[in-house]
Design a protein around this ligand. Sequence first.
Ligand SMILES: [Zn+2]
Length: 349
Amino acid sequence: MVSTKIIIGVLLLAVIFYGCSAGKASYYELPAEFRQPEKRLEFAEKYYPYITGKKIFIDPGHGGTERGNKGFESFEAEANLNLKVSLYLRDYLKRAGAVVFMSRTKDTTVDLKQRSIMADSSGADIFISVHHNAPASANNIWTDYTATYYHARKNNYEYEPCSHDLAKYVQRDLAYAVRNSGGLGSFNGTYSDYTVYPGDGFSVLRETKIPAILVECAFSTNHFEAGRLNEDEFNRIEAWGIFKGLCRYFKADIPRITFLNEPNIVTDDSTSFTFLLSDSTGIDPGSIKVQFDSTDVNNLFYDEDLYLLTVNITNATTGIHSLKIVVANKNGNHSFPFRKEIIFLPNIR
Ligand SMILES: [Zn+2]
């Protein structure tokens, strides 16, 4: 009799434990702002003034006929997860007063190049492409981390440090919200897209002219991750993480560059150009980098009282040239891509 009771007891315990573990199949923590209304209010008061009026282009990756990554045991196609997170992100941004554009709001096919054209012609300030990752090998169900990509590498002419800044802010809050590491290939979870496609990078980052990043929120192919990715509440946490990163990025401000020598046509082969640099936190003079075509210009002067940058160009050849300027503010945020076309006419003297 005793042994029967023990067996029943053990069976009951087993049922209870199984029940608990089944209920805990997907584990995540709610952000403080989800649990405590006063934290949400605090965040809104501190950050929403900086995101109000900002124009954000969201690109939910894939969709329509493009549904290659089906996730662990085909739970949910990546394309659907990307759209769900993007729509939640849109809602958070709109509620905070931002203007949002999207490459798709339904399960439709959108050409890669078209996504960049839409972003650049929308008038948006920044571009963010939302994805979920998959490993190279189809039977790898273990790999999982959160990564954010920017275009090119630091020493490439096409590299824009502002996109890297944006990637850092979004990666930090997204990875924290979902409690994932940023992987071992990077110290802060941001990656050049050249690590995936050397010399080319991702089409949406290469072709888009406004500051652009691509987030790989998590690996939907991972056996643990797939469970929580299929819960709406967790998709909202992902979106909240991206949203918080964007809020903090804009609060840190972005330096603006204004060309003061219009028109841009010059009849002398040696001349100087003046630019007004403005930022609420101040400009870091050591950060100023000017390139004439792709050559560094060292003959320049920054007047810290007047916020004026003077760039001296000598012995320019006749034709169309480009001045590329990058400056950072005191928070380390870099200016948006700035290239000024200068036309040198034959020297008439
Ligand atoms: Zn993808």
